[in-house]
Design a binder for this molecule. Sequence first.
Ligand code: FES
Length: 141
Amino acid sequence: GAPVEVDVSKLDMGQRVVAEWRGQPIWVVRRTDDMIANLDKLNGELKDPQSEADQQPPYAANEWRSIKKEYLVLIGICTHLGCSPLFEEEPTVELQYGGFFCPCHGSKFDLAGRVYQGVPAPTNLVVPPHSYTSDAVIIIG
Ligand code: FES
């Protein structure tokens, strides 16, 4: 499929926009400073906090899993059996700093798409290939 352009110039802090690429949902979340700061606190609860498994391009193989810390780009498909996790921008019982919760079998991911320990999903959510053409335009693919 052709690359897809996502304009994030009007995306509010803490919010998500959904696009589609190759028939898959693409999520872009504009993370607040608090959301970014909280990522560090979760490392001990995650299966792969430094993203060492092969779930992202090399430029997103880091703790925040993106090119710019402000913008998280993910394929919105659970790495267990393919359901679509829910975006929780506020803290919930399951996700103390927010994140993504899969209603199918309870897998939990933080706001970098990193999977928690003790849930069925084996790996972090997948980061698609992406790049920037300007400060606020992301090309997926
Ligand atoms: Fe998401 Fe099973 S498909 S937890």
